[in-house]
Design a protein around this ligand. Structure first.
Ligand SMILES: [Zn+2]
Length: 255
């Protein structure tokens, strides 16, 4: 990556600073090869909507050294790196190994992930940091203290986090930014959501304050982890539905 001294508004601390490149997913989780990145706005612009069957012609950014974003300043990036990324990468490698050994079988809609010896709050904060990096600047400014004080348990109540498994290797990296989706129910229901996903895992972040409903089928909710004590390593088990990310928006592989 060329050494560009780009200044911009850091998505976490909100200051105008030189921005540094953050790998998403972490380099230590295998994110170091060529990849394609899409933006939700480009999908909408090209297809007129989130129509997962029409993805041809959508512009993407080719990254040679893994996917990532230049939206955080060096200080925020390194705080996240020091405190959160290791726990996340450890957990993700484990899930990746499980999926590589036991790929989805006929009729299987998901996988049970059992976590132990994981600093669950660090894992959670890593994911929230990634959403801050991949959504519009300032749109998650209320997470600043939560992210920059590792012991803070004051996660803004408007967010809900959902997790799912992405069993396809090589499916690339998907990050959508915020999108407001209307339901075809005739009730004018809508919800505002962002997704980040790559093998072996993905997340939906729901902004409940900008949603009239919480959609179903977007994964296993893990918001409760947000308020755990720093360093606590509770055993946990989550049932993660399998989703495909090959079509620009995560969709369940089986129903
Ligand atoms: Zn910053």
């Amino acid at each position: 990556m060329a050494n560009r001294n780009e200044k911009g508004v850091c998505h976490i601390c909100g200051e105008l600073k030189e921005l540094s490149f953050e790998h998403i997913p972490p380099r230590s989780a295998g994110n170091n090869g060529p990849s394609k990145m899409y933006r939700a706005a480009d999908i909408v612009e090209t297809c007129g909507a989130f129509d997962s069957s029409k993805t041809e012609g959508v512009r993407y950014q080719q990254e040679q050294k893994g996917t990532g974003f230049r939206t955080l300043c060096r200080d925020c990036n390194s705080y996240l790196g020091r405190n959160y990324v290791g726990e996340y990468a450890k957990c993700i490698r484990e899930l990746g190994c499980m999926l590589a050994k036991n790929p989805p079988a006929e009729g299987e809609g998901g996988i049970r992930l059992v976590g132990k010896d994981i600093n669950a709050l660090a894992f959670f904060k890593h994911v929230i940091g990634n959403f801050s990096a991949t959504t519009a600047a300032g749109s998650m400014a209320d997470c600043r203290k939560y992210l920059l004080d590792r012991e803070s348990r004051d996660f803004p109540g408007r967010y809900r986090l959902f997790m799912f498994a992405v069993p396809e290797r090589g499916a690339g990296m998907l990050s959508t930014g915020w999108a407001t989706l209307l339901l075809d129910s005739g009730q004018q229901d809508y919800y505002t959501i962002a997704a980040i996903a790559a093998f072996p895992v993905g997340f939906f972040l729901l902004d409940a304050r900008r949603s009239s409903i919480a959609p179903s089928g977007i994964g296993c909710e893990i918001t409760a982890i947000a308020a755990l004590e720093w360093g606590a390593k509770p055993g946990f088990a989550v049932e993660l539905p399998y989703m495909s990310i090959e079509k620009m928006w995560p969709v369940p592989i089986m129903r």
